[in-house]
Each structure stands twice: as structure tokens, then as C-alpha cells.
Write a protein that binds this ligand. Structure first.
Ligand code: NAP
Length: 518
């Protein structure tokens, strides 16, 4: 059992009790009382707080953190020690003290005597707020050597997601109860996967503003976005790799699909900062640990070309489309730890566009298509359109980029300001113009769009861009970017799980999230 623990700073006992009830209502599975929240903790008040957690039938952890390890008020150690002794007498489930303090023989002997014959367990904490420890294994062994009944708590700041693997390895190899995870935005996955890998506790905040340590997310996010309740030791791990990545709708969408089909899997945001080197290190670390249950990844900016490069060097299989487009947006980890790499942007874009032609991609044959932009998405769109024999002209702000993409796919090109000089049946926006927060931008001049055109905007935030509003006003047929996003995700789901996804559910989640952003 891994308790999803809400840490609450000690305060006026009545207010504290309300917070505990709220934590319980939200689904917290344990409560930590941070006695250092009070400048002068008083014994009576602390006792009332312990009782209010016990009344809610939640395990209680009593901590009076030292300022050197994140405590908020400097409290004399003798006071802290008496709070912990009192917590043992009050039958708290756990008391938590810093390993560094516990090493002092006086502290050691006082707490050891207090714990004698009690059911309270001692957590010995080691925190590093600056970065990883030199060697977590040595730390783990040293804690147990000093007090074999202790639960070591080894928590450090991840400077990069790659720092999380040491915590995972420690948890996987430990033969005793242990708490281990990483702090900071780069450590997010370790807070969620702590449950899969068997940490005794993981921490979440009461709400989005109530963090008691860097990188905590709310109980609601843990439960509703990251499927906390569905995670177990055999849960398969999926996610979206990108930087930035927190805005991605994929975790909410995939997790709801896993939930509805009772699939033992979780889908997370994997913030992989940096470039090719950091990406290689991340994917190499995952593949080395494939037996831990890593299933696959969606890949977004800036790592799509890094993923293709990795797959070409270390992969089992790279599909032809990914090779032709020059980027990979889907990785499946094989049973042997080798990866297969795909690009589903092509299918997503083509199926979205074809939806206005009764789902037949070949209706685009011979159609004159103006593709605006020459970046990553344009590559997938142009590859798809050229494949079905559409007459493509690429319009890009930087002419040289449009020219090189056009040469690669044997189509025409022009500057984006030359758009009105040629006619088109279909217009596809693959620039970022119109995307939040640039919502007032439109990639086509006023009066350009006509009733006979089909207009597809790959931008999906907002759902209805300025371009799509203008297209509707002109009487043109329209396709929004969410339809591409949903279809590329449907193709990914099939690669990951080997089954068709619930398209309606995916659409509901995406539209709900995007409408909520408006
Ligand atoms: P990218 O590689 O950075 O390319 C961006 C393109 O937009 C470039 O051609 C760039 O022109 C052009 N551009 C940017 N700002 C411009 C401006 N102010 N005026 C004219 N042109 C401008 O980005 P990407 O990965 O292709 O993504 C493009 C858009 O696709 C994103 O913004 C996103 O909304 C959308 N997208 C949708 C999905 C989906 O599933 N629906 C998936 C991924 C992305 P230069 O070459 O001159 O810089």
C-alpha cells in the first residue's frame, strides 16, 4: 500500500480539523501534521490535531521538520523531540525525524526508548533540496544500519527527469519498507510512480496552491488526471515526452480511455528538458529498465527528430512514414527493450481533412491545396497530401524553408505573402498563427477565403481560431485541429494497446478540456 498523503501545516486546531475533513473528502489516504507550521507549537494543540486525523480514520504522520531540511519555523530541538514523544504516546502511526538529527546519540536514545513497545513507526528522513544524493544506496544502508526498524525516506530534487531513475531503482531493489521520490517539476513522474514501485508514502497537496514541498500536485490531479487509484505494481507506464509538456491533453485523454476499458496502465507528462543528449539518456534509461513496465511514449516538440535518430541507431523498427516525414511521434517499447517508432501525425491530419470528404483521403487527389507553414506539422501534412496526388503549394514566411520542404516532396512553394496570387480548393494552416495566446492572428488576408474552399486549421487551442471563424463566415467547410489531435492519438492508442480506442470518449475529453480553457 502506498498512502497518498496530504501534508498539512499545523494551525488553529479547528481550522486544521476542517482541512483534514477536506483532505479525506478529496481522497487523501493519510495526513502528515507539519508541526513546524507553528512558530511555537503547543502540546495541547498538537494533540487535538492528531485526534482530528484519527477521528477521520486516516493514518497520521507527525513531523516537526528542521529548517535545514525544509522546516518553516526554527524550533528548538528539545521542543521537537517532546512533540515526537507525545505523538508516540498518542498512538500516531508514524513519526518523522531527520536522519542527520537522529544520528546524535542523545536523540537516538530518547526516541528509541519512546518507541519501545509502541506500534508507531519511525521514518528517518534524508532531504536534498539542491539535487540528487551522491549515492542513494549508501544512504539507504546507513539509515537501516543505525535503526533497522526505521522506514528510510530518501527525497531529493530532480534537476532533470533523468535523476528520477535512481529513486526508481532504489525502490525496486529495496527489501524493506521505504519512501523515495524526487521533488521539483522534473520529479513529477516519481511522485505518481512511487505507488507502482512500492514507496510507503507519496505526497500531494490539498489544492493547487497548498504545496508543502516543491513539485507537489493536488490530490485531485493525482486521482483524476493520473489515475492514482488504478496504479499497482504491474501497471504499464505510458506518457508524452516533450518540453514544455504540462499543457498536453494526452494524459487526461489516455487515462480516461484506460479507465473505461479497465486497462492496467497509466499515462503521464514526461518533461524531458534539453536536446538530443538528454533525450538519448532518458530513452536509454527507460529501455535499460524495460522490465519495470515502460510501454511507450507519445513524442512532441522538441524531440520528434531526436526520437527518429534514436530509433535509427537503437530501434527494432522504424516505419516508412516516420522515415519519410523525418520525425517520430510514437514509440512502443518492445518486450526485449528495443523500440519501434511511428508517425501518426500523417494519419491524424489526413483523416481529419478527409472527414469532410466522406472519410475518403483520395477525394483530395488533384485538389489544389495551399499548405501554410513549413515546420514539423507541415512535413506530415505535405507527405500525406502528396501521397494521395493533391497539387500542393507550400507558403512559408521563411522562403528558404518552404523551398527545401517543397523540393523534398516535389511540390511548389511561395512566400506566405503571395497566397492571393494562386487559387486553392483546400487551405491548411500549419503555422502557429492563431494559437493561444496569439488568438487575434490569422494566416490569410481578409477576403481571401471563399465558399467553395475547405479550410483546415491544425491549431487546436482555441478550438475555433480566427481563421476558422473567417472561413465559416465565408461559407467554407471547416476542420479544426482537435480532429487531427484526436485521430493521431487514436492511431497511437492502437499501437500501444493493440485495440481500437473509444473515439467518442477521446473526443469528449479533448473538447471538454479545450472548452474549459476558453
Ligand atoms: P514549427 O515546426 O515550429 O513550425 C512553425 C511554422 O509556423 C513555421 O513554418 C513558421 O514559419 C510558421 N510561423 C510561426 N509564426 C509565424 C508568423 N508569425 N507568421 C508566419 N508564419 C509563422 O511548429 P509545428 O510543430 O509545425 O507546429 C505548428 C502548429 O501546428 C502548432 O502551433 C500547433 O498549434 C499545431 N499542431 C497541431 C497538432 C494537432 O494534432 N492538431 C499537432 C502538433 C502541432 P518560419 O519557417 O518562417 O519560422
Amino acid at each position: 500500500m502506498t498512502y497518498l498523503t496530504v501534508s498539512i501545516f499545523a494551525c488553529e486546531p479547528g481550522v486544521f480539523a476542517e482541512k483534514v475533513s477536506e483532505a479525506k473528502r478529496l481522497g487523501a489516504e493519510a495526513v502528515e501534521i507539519r508541526c513546524d507550521g507553528l512558530a511555537k507549537p503547543d502540546a495541547d494543540a498538537i494533540l487535538q490535531m492528531i485526534h482530528s486525523v484519527q477521528k477521520c480514520k486516516l493514518p497520521v504522520i507527525v513531523t516537526c521538520r528542521d529548517v535545514s531540511e525544509g522546516g518553516v519555523n526554527p524550533i528548538d530541538f528539545s521542543v521537537r523531540l517532546s512533540i515526537l514523544k507525545q505523538a508516540v504516546e498518542a498512538k500516531a502511526d508514524y513519526i518523522d525525524v531527520e536522519f542527520a538529527q537522529f544520528k546524535h546519540p542523545d536523540v537516538h536514545s530518547v526516541l528509541k526508548a519512546a518507541l519501545e513497545g509502541s506500534e508507531t513507526r519511525l521514518i528517518l528522513s534524508c532531504h536534498n533540496f539542491d539535487g540528487p544524493f551522491d549515492d542513494v544506496n549508501i544512504l539507504y544502508e546507513s539509515v537501516l544500519a543505525l535503526y533497522p526498524d526505521a522506514i528510510p525516506k530518501i527525497v531529493y530534487k530532480a534537476r532533470h527527469i533523468n535523476d528520477c531513475f535512481a529513486a526508481f531503482d532504489l525502490l525496486r531493489e529495496a527489501d524493506r519498507p521505504l519512501i523515495a521520490f524526487c521533488m521539483g517539476a522534473d520529479g513529477l513522474i516519481s511522485r505518481v510512480l512511487a505507488k507502482k514501485f512500492g514507496s510507503v508514502l507519496s505526497f500531494a497537496s490539498l489544492d493547487d496552491d497548498g504545496q508543502t514541498a516543491p513539485g507537489q500536485v493536488s490530490v485531485a490531479t493525482m486521482k483524476q488526471v493520473y489515475r492514482w487509484d488504478g496504479i499497482g505494481k504491474d501497471t504499464e507506464i505510458f506518457g508524452v515526452i516533450g518540453s514544455p509538456v504540462a499543457h498536453s491533453l494526452s494524459p487526461a485523454m489516455f487515462n480516461q480511455c484506460f479507465d473505461s476499458k479497465k486497462i492496467d496502465a497509466v499515462f503521464l507528462h514526461f518533461l524531458v528538458k534539453g536536446g538530443k543528449t538528454e533525450f538519448d539518456e532518458f530513452l536509454g534509461s527507460v529501455c535499460e529498465r524495460y522490465k519495470a513496465g515502460f510501454g511507450g511514449f507519445s513524442v512532441t516538440m522538441p524531440h520528434k527528430t531526436h526520437a527518429l535518430d534514436y530509433a535509427n541507431r537503437h530501434g527494432d523498427y522504424v516505419d516508412n512514414l516516420a522515415e519519410a516525414i523525418g520525425s517520430v511521434n510514437t514509440i512502443k517499447i518492445g518486450f526485449n527493450g528495443l523500440i519501434s517508432a511511428y508517425n501518426t501525425d500523417y494519419a491524424g491530419a489526413m483523416d481529419a481533412l478527409a472527414s469532410v470528404f466522406d472519410g475518403d483521403r483520395h477525394s483530395l487527389h488533384e485538389k489544389k491545396v495551399a499548405v501554410l507553414g513549413a515546420g514539423g506539422v507541415s512535413r506530415a501534412v505535405v507527405a500525406g497530401l502528396v501521397d494521395v496526388g493533391a497539387r500542393v503549394r507550400i507558403y512559408n514566411r521563411t522562403l528558404s524553408k518552404g523551398e527545401s520542404l517543397a523540393k523534398e516532396f516535389r511540390c511548389k512553394y511561395a512566400g506566405i505573402d503571395e497566397l492571393t496570387e494562386h487559387t486553392a480548393d483546400v487551405v491548411v494552416n500549419c503555422t502557429s498563427m492563431g494559437m493561444h495566446p496569439d488568438v487575434e492572428s490569422c494566416p490569410v488576408p481578409e477576403g481571401y477565403l471563399t465558399e467553395s474552399m475547405t479550410v483546415f486549421d491544425t491549431v487546436y487551442n482555441p478550438l475555433e481560431t480566427k481563421l476558422l471563424k473567417a472561413a465559416k463566415a465565408a461559407g467554407a467547410m471547416t476542420v479544426n485541429g482537435a480532429e487531427m489531435f484526436i485521430r493521431q492519438a487514436m492511431a497511437q492508442y492502437k499501437i500501444y494497446i493493440g485495440e481500437e480506442p473509444d473515439e467518442d470518449l477521446m473526443r469528449d475529453v479533448v473538447y471538454q478540456q479545450l472548452n474549459a480553457k476558453v
